[in-house]
Ligand binder design. Structure first.
Ligand SMILES: [Zn+2]
Ligand SMILES: [Zn+2]
Length: 334
């Protein structure tokens, strides 16, 4: 494929026939491919290893261990409490932190809140904050088209749609999609020393997210069983559940559900996933207004993420919430 800069390509589009214009567009895409992805084999291998073991297989083993433990030790308040508290904190970390704050800058946060959200978001094992944001910004820029890291549609992942596409968008993309070029997508974040520090200390937070509930479990019960329950229910098993509910946003919420807004991709709203995804299952609302700090535009739509951002604002830790005016929301509805 020949190298054609955007400017040259535009000149060619003016001068050529429709057929030749299509070729020029392909050249632009290939140029984009080099810009949006890193060419490092080492980074790609690291991404694959991390996605396979850290994000998926180890949490799956933890989930199975939790089911086995439930048979032997039953399910009491400690199991439910560990799972609920750690699930709430870490889904907030990834949805309010990695997604709305770091990726979309939908509000401003104090340094303390930045660290809290960065640390909690790292505990979901979906990669360091800058990698996560680069992938997510790439998703919005190329949503359901070539370049989208996790589209369930054939035109997006360049392979398959249907059920295979759904599985690709849920898990497979993490091992298959090229590593995003963070220098291109997250230049702003790379300039902030605090964000670079959160990025660098990723594994520390991730391990803490598993060991901390184990330590708390031990301190509450003063028994090794409490530590095991904390480790499995608040740690690894929780990781499996948080991740698979988060994955439904990239898979299910781009295939089934309602589309109140006319957007350029296939994003959909799904009420039944709205609570476990902390609001992100109002995904068509989100793609219509990606910068918005809240994703519920009707009184009956529950958005726990937006609710927490408002609480942080009340506590003086968050400010300048970006929320589209009602009139703008009304105009964009189909
Ligand atoms: Zn999306
Ligand atoms: Zn987004």
């Amino acid at each position: 494929m020949s190298e054609v800069s955007t400017e040259t390509a535009e000149l060619l589009i003016e001068k050529t026939s429709i057929g030749e214009t299509i070729n020029v567009h392909q050249s632009i895409n290939s140029d984009d491919d080099r810009k949006i992805n890193t060419q490092s084999d080492y980074l790609f291998k690291a991404q694959r290893w991390h996605a396979l073991w850290v994000s998926n297989l180890i949490p799956l083993a933890g989930f199975i261990a939790g089911v086995v433990l439930a048979f032997y030790w039953g399910v009491g308040w400690l199991e439910v409490g560990m799972l609920f508290v750690m699930y709430f904190l870490t889904i907030m970390g990834v949805e309010v932190g990695f997604h709305r704050f770091f990726s979309h800058k939908s509000f401003e946060a104090s340094k303390t809140l930045t660290v809290i959200l960065g640390a909690l978001g790292s505990m979901v094992a979906q990669g360091p904050v800058i990698y996560w944001c680069a992938n997510h910004r790439r998703h919005h820029k190329h949503a359901d088209k070539k370049g989208d890291p996790h589209s369930p549609h054939a035109e997006g992942n360049q392979r398959y749609g249907g059920l295979k596409g759904l599985w690709y968008a849920h898990v497979v993309w993490q091992m298959h999609s090229k590593t995003p070029n963070s220098a291109y997508f997250t230049k702003d974040l790379l300039k902030i020393p605090l964000v670079r520090w959160i990025n660098k200390t990723y594994f520390l937070w991730l391990i803490l997210g598993v060991l901390l509930p184990a330590a708390v479990g031990f301190l509450i019960t003063w028994d090794y069983k409490g530590a095991v329950i904390g480790f499995i229910w608040g740690g690894l098993g929780r990781l499996f559940l948080v991740n698979h509910f988060t994955y439904t946003v990239t898979s299910v919420c781009h295939v089934v559900g309602k589309q109140p807004f006319k957007t350029t991709e296939h994003s959909r709203n799904n009420w039944f996933l709205s609570i476990p995804t902390f609001g992100q299952a109002w995904h068509n609302n989100h793609h219509a207004f990606p910068y918005s700090a809240v994703v519920n535009f009707k009184w009956w739509q529950i958005d726990l993420g937006g609710m927490m951002i408002r609480i942080f604002k009340g506590l003086g830790m968050a400010s300048n919430l970006k929320i589209p005016p009602q009139e703008m929301i009304y105009r964009k509805q189909q």
